[in-house]
Design a protein around this ligand. Sequence first.
Ligand code: AP5
Ligand code: ZN
Ligand code: ZN
Length: 213
Amino acid sequence: KRLILVGPPGSGKGTQSPIIKDEFCLCHLATGDMLRAAVAAKSPLGVKAKEAMEKGELVSDDLVVGIIDDALNKPSCQKGFILDGFPRTVVQAQKLDEMLEKRGVKVDKVLNFAIDDAILEERITGRWIHPSSGRTYHTKFAPPKVPGVDDVTGEPLIQRKDDTAAVLKSRLEAFHKQTEPVIDYYKKKGIVANLPAEKPPPEVTSEVKKVLS
Ligand code: AP5
Ligand code: ZN
Ligand code: ZN
């Protein structure tokens, strides 16, 4: 299957991705994760992306389209993929159509993580991540066994620099202005499924499975 996950910051895209990935053997391409890795490595891409990310603004379409175009060539992505956090503008959606057309495939479903803005601040400010695996925790909703420590590796957890209430405001603004039109773009193609993203993770997972079965 070829899937797109779309939803505001904190709506649960990164939480559901590994579960969907294991169930359907897809590759998980998260532009936010790839950009954070580039920033940490201080690569040319990271240097260009850093400022916008810290302000909660979108990085330029060209940069993210380039990384997705490369990633789609990976052998592990040939049978299917989950795009998490891409496309986020209508231009990106149009470019994706071109990239897929070139490869003779198309998007099967767009999973829309529908949720009220008011719930998101608590989710974002309580999030802790294990950077190398992408595993995500929450102080209240999904606490690690030992506070501040990854369950699997025992390595320390960190908080994302953009996970503050102030930066969340800009991220939400970017979502409503630039990304909601992407949902309409796919609604016109009739491939959008709405998920009840305000529900607990297992309920969201079972809805995902229902939609994809
Ligand atoms: P990105 O990393 O994509 O961030 P985002 O879209 O803001 O999404 P998040 O990762 O914050 O939310 P999520 O939905 O994954 O939530 P999660 O599952 O972790 O992008 C970061 C930045 O990179 C952007 O601001 C931009 O600058 C740049 N960028 C990336 N892609 C781009 C693009 N295509 N174009 C341009 N720029 C781009 O959950 C959050 C928390 O809630 C966790 O703690 C989790 O445990 C908890 N939680 C999850 N689900 C539930 C639930 N059902 N109930 C209770 N708690 C839950
Ligand atoms: Zn995420
Ligand atoms: Zn809106």
